[in-house]
Structure formats: C-alpha cells, structure tokens
Design a protein. Structure first.
Length: 502
C-alpha cells in the first residue's frame, strides 16, 4: 500500500511511515517531482517521535556506542522519480555524472536545515538521489509486456549507481541489524513479535502525537511488572527443609567384603569418633576402632569411607615383629543401615513431612499478601498515567487491565513454582520412606544371619563357610582373637635368649 496516494487518510499514511522506519535497515521514500516541505514533514514527524521516545528511555550505555549506532533507525533515502536535471548550465541528463547529481542533491536537501537536523538525530544517514524517466514505453505499456530493452539506458545507469552506493559499497554499511526504536536493542527472531506489539499499542489509532505518552505509559507498566517480579522472588521465598541422603550417616551399617565373595556379615556401630565392630566370622568377639574424618583405624588397618564402600589397606609392615597380622586389602560394601540409623532417618523424614505441610500453608498466606500488593501497585500506576493520557479514560483503563493481567500472571507463575517445589520434595520424602522400609527388611535378614552364627558359636559348632575359597589365604578382617595362636605358629619364630637380652 502506498502512502499519501489518495487511497488512505493521512493518519494511516503516517502509520505506514512509522512502521516502515521502525523495522527497516534502509528506508527508501520515493515520489515524483522535486522534494518539498510536505515530503519532509511526513518523515520528520516520525523522527520527532523516535527522538522523544528515546529521551524517555534514557539508555546509560549510549556513551559506549558511536553517534551513528546511537540512532536506532536505519538509513533514509529520498528517491525522486521521473526527474530531469534541473540546472540551466547547458548540460542534459546524459552528460551529468552520478557524483555531480549527489552534490546537487545535498545542496537541495540542505535547504531544509531544521527538518534535516531532526531526521539526522534519529536516522543513521539521510541522503537524496534522482532517477530519470524510464521511458514512455515503460510508463504506457502493460506490465506483462515490459522488457529491459524498452527501459531508457540512463534510468538503468542511475538505478545501478543508486544500488551500488546504497547497498554494495564497503562504506555503505549494509546490511546491519535493524534496532528497536524503543530501546536500541537489535531486532532478532526472539524479540521481533514483542517489538511489533509495542508499535501496535502506540500507533493503534495512527496518531503519532499520542505515541510518546503511550510509550511512557508502556515503560511504566513494564517497570511495575519487573519490580513486582523481583519483589515476589524475595517475599514469596519458602523455607523448605533440606533433604539429606539417608546413607550419609558415617561408618555405621552392615557390610560384606569382596575377600569372601561378600558372604560374611560385619556390623559397625559408630559412636562419635569410636566404632565397635562385630562379625559373623567372630561371634562374641567385638573389635573397636577410631574415626578421623572419613578414615577408620582398626586392628592395624585403615579403611577409607566413600559413599557406601570402605576400602581397607594394611597400616603395618609385613616384617614387623610382635605386630598385628597383616591386613589383606579388600573392599567392604554397605548392605544396610543399622536400626538406630533407620530410626533417626525416619524421625528426620517425619519432621520434613511436617515442615512441607507448613510450607503449603505459608505459600497460601504469602499469596494473599502478594494479591494485596497487586492492588496497591495498580492504584499507584493509575495515578502515574492519569496525567499522561488525560484525553482518554478508556485508554487508561486499557493500560490498567494490561498491568492487572501481567501482575496476575507473575503471581500465578510464582505460586505454581512454589507448589511444584513442595510436591517434588513430598514425593522425595515418600520415596525415602519406601527406601527405609526396604532397609528394615534387609536388617531383619542380616541380623538373623548374625544371630545364627552367634548361636552356633555358643553351641561350639563351626561357622558356615563361603561357597568359594577366599582369594588369599592370609588373615582377613575382622581378625578374631581365637585366630592369634594359629597366626603366630605359622608366621613367627622363637628368638634366642641372647638376642632378647641384647
């Protein structure tokens, strides 16, 4: 749709100019005949609107950009069509070079100093160019019959020069990103639709004079919404319980060793920095050790705890006289927690469940307080825009409804996020309850196995053996007191008296 062509009214033509200038990196305003104040007036109104909108924005980073980059609009070219060389110097169109034409065009544009200054403050560049008449056959013929051969050579030459200087030369700086006339941000596929909606809101009745107040009202609306989101993050923050891993309870638990294919059960009970160990291998013969960090020292060996595994290594040299037996390197794997650990974990989960129930009620209370804050912000916003949009109460109500809807969406999103977080933690607590029930079942099985070994020990019966022979015949762990005699008989020699005296 052309502008100012008698088919649409002036306000609609202004909107076409405003939208075109706000979106294009290069704007070509073409018309027949010489340029006049009426032609410049159309674009200066758009430029004045942009200048006012930018003054309301007050971007702080403008000092970091070049003067051309601070102007959000693209390049503006006035293209005069069907124009013969107008100067009486004896030369005809075919004899005048492009450079001479550009010089004359700049002189012509300089006659409108005030309008050109307004345009230069908003557009990256403002230029003017002429095109000669393309020929009578082109103007009078049908479009389906047009051929390049019918176009006047001078028209093609001037058009080629215009395209070269506007788009193809290195100093033409084309293409470059179109920028939003509202905040100077380059337009991309991500923000293009939002930019169109902003322009529509300001220009919906094709009145550029009302655009700056609407822009200001939109900025106030956006600021109210952004501030409300920040307030929600702080005022609706829930103090939810921290869910710890139930197995992170120190060294306590029921373990099996890879030394005998994880057959023999050993139980460790940690009391502060002490550990008491009982084993299916040595019923009624507990051992003790000390804990420092994640290291357990017991019976000449040291075990490093990592998750549910203890990696053991010997702390004594193999040729040490009167030392404890050398410990075979091995890995213990925790099969279950102790009853005490499970009871403690269940108590913690119950406390976490009660805390989550309280968090649900706290979320409802915080929502009520935030809804009151929404009403206060709407009243405050109405007072701010009342003097901006005095002429239209209906327009004021439209902005108020947009703000009410936007704040409501922010609040609802925050509430849904809080409820989702509570639901996730409730599901995690439920899953851990199931894990603890499984722990109790495993504890019952393992304790029965150890009780059976204890009963066999009382009766003097030999304990059950693993289905496969241990991978090494050296002393395993835990080391039973009853095995010491056999160890010394097989590993030690009686030394002469004189050596002992020495």
């Amino acid at each position: 749709q052309g502008a100012f062509d008698g088919m649409i009214n002036e306000k609609q033509s202004q909107t076409i100019f405003a939208l075109t200038a706000g979106l294009a990196s290069n704007v070509i305003y073409n018309f027949k005949g010489n340029i006049g104040e009426e032609n410049l007036k159309h674009m200066t109104e758009v430029g004045q609107f942009v200048k006012t909108a930018l003054s309301l924005t007050g971007k702080s980073e403008d000092g970091l950009r070049t003067p051309a980059e601070q102007r959000p609009l693209g390049s503006l070219s006035f293209m005069l069509r069907d124009f013969d060389y107008p100067y009486p110097d004896g030369r005809c169109d075919e004899e005048v070079t492009w450079e001479v034409r550009l010089g004359k065009a700049e002189e012509e544009l300089a006659r409108f100093e005030r309008e050109a200054a307004v345009l230069s403050s908003s557009f990256r560049s403002v230029k003017m160019a002429w095109l000669s008449h393309p020929g009578q056959e082109v103007e009078q013929g049908r479009s389906c019959d047009l051929r390049f051969a019918k176009v006047q050579p001078l028209f093609m030459q001037l058009l080629d020069e215009f395209v070269w200087h506007t788009f193809e030369r290195a100093d033409a700086a084309f293409p470059f990103p179109s920028r939003s006339i509202l905040d100077g941000v380059p337009l991309t596929v991500n923000n293009f639709m939002a930019h169109i909606e902003n322009l529509r809101a300001m220009l919906f009745d094709c009145d550029l004079k009302m655009a700056p107040p609407r822009w200001m009202a939109m900025q106030l609306l956006k600021k109210e919404r952004d501030d409300f989101q920040v307030d929600l993050e702080e005022s609706m923050r829930l103090d939810l319980p921290r869910l710890e891993h139930i197995a992170a309870g120190g060294f306590g638990g029921y373990y099996t060793s890879d030394l005998d294919d994880f057959y023999t059960i050993s139980k460790l009970v940690q009391i502060q920095d002490r550990v008491v160990a009982t084993s299916e291998k040595c019923p009624g013969n507990p051992s003790t050790g000390t804990v420092k960090g994640n290291i357990l020292h017991m019976q000449g060996g040291s075990g490093t705890l990592s998750g549910d595994e203890i990696t053991w290594s010997s702390g004594e040299p193999h040729n040490c006289f009167l030392c404890v037996p050398p410990l075979e390197p091995q890995v213990w794997v925790r099969q279950a927690l102790t009853k005490e650990q499970v009871a403690t974990a269940e108590g913690e989960l119950e406390g976490q469940r009660e805390a989550l129930q309280g968090a649900d009620g706290e979320l409802a209370r915080l929502r009520g307080r935030a809804e009151q804050a929404v009403q206060d912000r709407i009243v405050n916003f109405q007072d701010k825009i009342a003097h901006l949009l005095q002429a239209s109460e209906r327009e004021q109500q439209g902005f108020v409804q947009d703000l009410r809807r936007g704040l409501g969406e922010c609040l609802e999103a925050r509430v849904l996020d809080g409820r989702a977080t509570i639901s996730r933690q409730e599901a995690e607590v439920a899953n851990r309850r199931v894990d603890l029930a499984g722990q109790r079942e495993r504890i019952a099985v393992l304790e029965a196995k150890m009780a059976k070994a204890e009963l066999a020990h009382i009766r003097g019966e030999a304990p059950e053996k693993a289905s496969r022979t241990p991978r090494n015949s050296s002393i395993g762990f835990p080391f039973c007191a009853g095995d010491w005699g056999g160890f010394w008989q097989s590993h030690c020699q009686v030394m002469p008296h004189q050596h002992l005296s020495a």
